[in-house]
Design a protein around this ligand. Structure first.
Ligand SMILES: *[C@@H]1O[C@H](CO)[C@@H](O)[C@H](O)[C@H]1NC(C)=O
Ligand SMILES: *[C@@H]1O[C@H](CO)[C@@H](O)[C@H](O)[C@H]1NC(C)=O
Ligand SMILES: [Zn+2]
Length: 424
């Protein structure tokens, strides 16, 4: 009963025309203590739409497993009553989401040309201008790539980094911000690119020079711009679907698309898979580009946030397929190295076991179609278990430490792989 009342209120409070403010929105950590409690959360999840007054930041998976749920002020009281019994453990992780947003990027200034220096989160234009500046500064190593345009007509911009273009090397692809609101992902990806160009440490120089690298910091430019200009929590593309906008560009790749209900077929939902695989123009463009460089590819690394998990293929099943066991061994060493930098703890496993069934991801498409040996996804900081952490809204002071630990963890990934396959 209460659940339906809550949903009714949530639907009433939708306003899809205004720029959303998240003033007094709270994020709760809720742990369902029984199957019935889990079912209440799962039923609520089914009612979640793009502009609902409640949004799951971590969805319900199983009994005893934490959920993160953002709740608007209009329905907080009903919600707290609904959860007020022995079914749930709950605590408030964030008291005011808008305050966290206002504070997140406070060093960034709209009236100046902000450089990409990892003390602020940058806009798409700032990132693209910075990539162009690298091509000017390092003309013999850096090539600008513009494989195509988005639905709204923006260029998707990346770079190729090759310290010795005369010799053929294995290829590594570095992907980020396919999900628009996960700003830390492009900040870390650009940090790694910059370190490869400037860091003089021996192990980093060796790694940078060993491969031909492709960096695409913003895989979903339309959504990324929208997350800066309109809705900080936007995740999808901006393709028009009737009354709704956007599909989830990381549920849209043509591998086991929608198998085992690994996404949604309803356009108003946050994980809408699109009407068919590769319906999203940015995804189609990038899939064609990536397919053209897979013959020599050794690794595909994607950055997302949040949870502090290193994810391996696949998302359509929990089965340990392909070189899962080998990658689990590599992940163990790499995540220990990551933790040693700033004491940041990661877990690791395939998407199906660590998160939930999710299909149509770029990672699974690359692995399943091209059998690339090293394929993984970082779900970066925070873990979002403790009050004071803020989910997608990671304060910009944490960009540098997140970049440092992530960079360090890349070295053992390739070292461990090479120990197992000395010919590479
Ligand atoms: C539920 O809330 C009421 C007040 O709204 C309170 O009196 C009661 O103790 C609460 N019950 C539990 C189990 O927390
Ligand atoms: C980085 O950029 C911001 C915004 O443009 C600026 O305020 C800050 O001083 C810069 N920091 C460094 C270390 O250059
Ligand atoms: Zn993501």
């Amino acid at each position: 009963m209460k659940l339906f009342y809550l949903i009714f209120l949530a639907i009433l409070s939708q306003d899809i025309s205004a720029k959303p403010s998240y003033k007094n929105y709270k994020v709760y950590k809720i742990t369902p203590k029984s199957k019935d409690a889990l079912k209440i959360l799962k039923d609520l999840k089914k009612e979640e739409k793009d502009f609902s007054a409640f949004q799951f930041w971590k969805k319900p998976i199983k009994v005893g497993h934490d959920v993160a749920l953002m709740i608007g002020p209009e329905i907080q009281q009903n919600f707290e009553q609904m959860l007020n019994d022995s079914y749930f453990d709950r605590r408030v992780l964030m008291k005011d989401v808008q305050k966290a947003i206002d504070n997140e990027n406070r060093f960034w200034k709209s009236n100046v040309k902000n450089s990409v220096n990892w003390t602020v989160y940058n806009t798409l234009d700032e990132i693209n201008n910075w990539l162009e500046s690298l091509a000017t500064e390092f003309p013999s190593y850096i090539t600008i790539l513009k494989p195509g345009k988005t639905y709204e007509g923006r260029d998707i911009v990346g770079v190729k980094l090759d310290f010795n273009p005369g010799t053929q090397k294995k290829v590594v692809f570095m992907e980020s911000n396919i999900h628009a609101r996960e700003w830390i992902s492009s900040a870390v990806n650009t940090y790694i690119l910059d370190q490869f160009l400037r860091n003089t440490q021996t192990d980093i120089r060796a790694l940078a020079q060993k491969f031909t690298w492709y960096f695409f910091p913003v895989m979903n430019p339309d959504g990324f711009v929208f997350s800066h200009t309109d809705d900080r929590l936007w995740r999808k593309t901006r393709t028009s679907y009737g009354l709704h906008y956007g599909a989830d560009p990381n549920r849209n790749w043509d591998y086991k698309w929608m198998t085992n209900n690994g996404a949604s077929l309803y356009p108003g939902e946050i994980n809408y898979a699109g009407p068919h695989p590769f319906s999203e123009k940015s995804v189609k463009v990038m899939s064609e580009f990536i397919a053209s460089i897979t013959s020599n590819m050794i690794a595909y690394i994607a950055f997302h946030s949040f949870s502090q998990v290193l994810l391996l293929p696949y998302g359509h099943t929990k089965e340990p397929l392909d070189n899962y066991n080998e990658m689990m061994g590599i992940a163990k060493v790499a995540m220990a190295k990551l933790e040693a930098v700033h004491n940041t703890k990661y877990t690791f496993g395939n998407v199906g076991e660590e998160m939930y069934i999710a299909t149509g991801t770029s990672m699974d498409w690359v692995k399943g179609n091209f059998h690339i040996p090293i394929v993984c996804t970082y779900e970066l900081r925070p873990q979002f278990e403790k009050p004071g952490e803020s989910g997608f809204i990671l304060p910009s002071e944490q960009i540098l430490p997140t970049g440092e630990e992530t960079l360090v963890s890349l070295i053992p990934i390739f070292e461990e792989y090479e120990k197992l396959h000395p010919s590479t």
